[in-house]
Design a protein around this ligand. Sequence first.
Ligand SMILES: Cc1cc2nc3c(=O)[nH]c(=O)nc-3n(C[C@H](O)[C@H](O)[C@H](O)COP(=O)(O)O)c2cc1C
Length: 179
Amino acid sequence: MEMDPVNFYKLCARCCVVVSTASPRGISNAAPFSFNMPVSFSPPIFAIASQPTHDTWRNIRETGEFVVNFVGEELGDKIHILERDFPYEVSEIEKAGLTEMPSRKVRAPRIAEAYAWLECRLYDARELGDHVLIAGEVLLAEVRDECYDRVVDVARAKPLLHISGAYFGIPLARKFKRA
Ligand SMILES: Cc1cc2nc3c(=O)[nH]c(=O)nc-3n(C[C@H](O)[C@H](O)[C@H](O)COP(=O)(O)O)c2cc1C
């Protein structure tokens, strides 16, 4: 069937990450982002696309830092709290009953319940359509030992994939032959 092009994103099951930031005064913020992608190996760059009005973008603009928290299925029922538009400097991490943990390279906090973390410093940002493409240099990457076996162990981490609205997926691991 032919679709309205505006619904193109409903064709991609995208990794759902939670981006945590801190305001210049150090108050934390977190929001789910599924418009995201790795961009470069050297330097290592990871990008998210944010609506320009989001507190996440305001904090990144003002502090130059963010953390990408990779979350699994068990955080699925917290996403609707993390996505709520609380007033600026109200911490969604606290509202969702999640645990804030200090990062090692940036002031933005990590979310302890995630299975992996990228601590990022703003590398570049530009308006693209109705979003801002925010690219961060990955200063530090860490994963729970039990969720990694040469690559992320999807059977253990159960990465949350976002499709649209309340629709999500959980991937199954498959290894195919390469030439
Ligand atoms: C699963 C999921 C994925 C989302 N992905 C994005 C995204 O990639 N970009 C975006 O701008 N908003 C996205 N949103 C909406 C934001 O998370 C939401 O508007 C949030 O309130 C923004 O919070 P903030 O103002 O604290 O940054 C997503 C929401 C959900 C539930």
